[in-house]
Design a protein around this ligand. Structure first.
Ligand code: ATP
Ligand code: MG
Length: 354
């Protein structure tokens, strides 16, 4: 029997509701597929910060490294500034394990209404591939006020050939593997950002020459934002820098219905470290503890995880159960226009797994 061990990091807020929901789904689907899944849960996050002064212990990465994969809920607390929660937990894992790919699929499921009219189920089917380790989020710079009466802040982006090349190559490989529209769109703002993004554009052209079977398009980020709304069905794989990928993947998530449905994967394609799977949404303090959060984004993230762990059939069966619940339209949480609870939706997914 194949054995896989999963680290669970429910984290904060609704993370503590949606991760246990996904665990139930994984347990049932693993048992059916003959895959033995073991789980270790780490109660790191804001409560840990209040108790210990740190979001997670110093040996956290070592302890996570013992697992095949990580499933995270969310980190964030209204009483702790975002830079502390993010820099205390999510970013050290992404950077420490060099999880340089952030893959965010957006798919319009049957039974889900897009704010854009006229799209059939499946017509919008894209993946935003966000660079996850450098670019605009390198946070190099400083406040410059010694010699000037005005306040001046400098914020530098860092683009390396290594960083651009590996994320762009991943996007082309993904377009081949998906075998959908076989297209990669690259997003920059190289008319105004004359160095890093010019390097990105140049590397995109170089790498594209190695993939003559894949169609390409280069868009400025403003045009891309417009086209995500005007012609979302034309996109397949979209590759973008850290900042632009962050923004565009919120847009692609809402265009396909709800942030409560959007999964994401932080991947190390070389598999030197465990990859991390999570919903795109955050801890949602406004609804936390009420049992009404939508668990489907995390359940879909668990499906992505099983695919990455070499269990595509488990992945497909979990996604199929989610599809069935959505198409039924009877058991939905409030973000999708329903009145059901997290537990109801989880039970409905489990029933469809049978
Ligand atoms: P964080 O600081 O952790 O990012 P946030 O409140 O800034 O939290 P989100 O958690 O992404 O951001 O929430 C944005 C909005 O979407 C909130 O109003 C929240 O209630 C809603 N929302 C997010 N996730 C879900 C979900 N899984 N189910 C239902 N509603 C959700
Ligand atoms: Mg937030």
């Amino acid at each position: 029997m194949k054995k896989l061990s999963i680290a669970l990091l429910p984290g904060d807020g609704i993370g503590m509701e949606v991760v246990p929901a996904a665990r139930k789904v994984l347990e049932k689907s693993g048992a059916a597929a003959g895959v033995h899944l073991s789980f270790e849960q780490f109660d790191w996050g804001s409560d840990h910060y209040f108790r210990m002064g740190q979001m997670m212990p110093v040996d956290a990465l070592e302890r996570l490294r013992a697992h095949d994969s990580i499933l995270l809920g969310a980190v964030g607390h209204p009483d702790i500034p975002d830079h502390i929660t993010l820099n205390g937990m999510l970013l050290p894992i992404r950077r420490g394990f060099d999880l340089y790919v952030n893959e965010r699929p957006a798919y319009l499921y049957a039974g889900v209404e897009s704010p854009l009219r006229g799209y059939e189920p499946g017509a919008i089917d894209m993946v935003v591939v966000r660079e996850n380790t450098e670019g605009e989020y390198t946070n190099v710079g400083g406040f410059v006020y010694h010699h000037l009466p005005e306040e001046v802040a400098i914020q530098t982006s860092v683009f390396t050939r290594h960083g651009c090349e590996r994320i762009i190559r991943y996007a082309f490989d993904l377009a081949r593997r998906r075998n959908q529209k076989r297209k990669v769109a690259s997003i920059t703002k190289s008319n105004a950002q004359g160095y890093g993004m010019v390097l990105w554009d140049r590397i995109f052209r170089e790498v594209s020459a190695e993939y003559p079977d894949i169609e390409t398009e280069s868009l400025l980020v403003d045009a891309a934002a417009m086209n995500f709304v005007r012609r979302p069905a034309s996109f397949d794989v979209v590759v973008a820098s850290n900042l632009f990928g962050d923004i565009l993947s919120d847009l692609s998530a809402i265009v396909t219905g709800s942030i409560g449905l959007a999964p994401s994967a932080n991947l190390d394609p070389r598999r030197n470290a465990p990859s991390l799977f999570e919903p795109v949404h955050g801890s949602a303090p406004d609804i936390a503890g009420k049992g009404v959060s939508n668990p489907l984004a995390t359940i879909l993230a668990a499906a992505m995880m099983m695919d990455h762990l070499g269990e595509p059939e488990m992945s497909a069966s979990i996604e199929g159960a989610v599809r069935a619940v959505l198409a039924d339209g009877k058991v939905l949480t409030a973000d999708l226009g329903g009145r059901s609870t997290t537990a109801d939706v989880t039970a409905a997914v489990l029933a469809h797994l049978a």
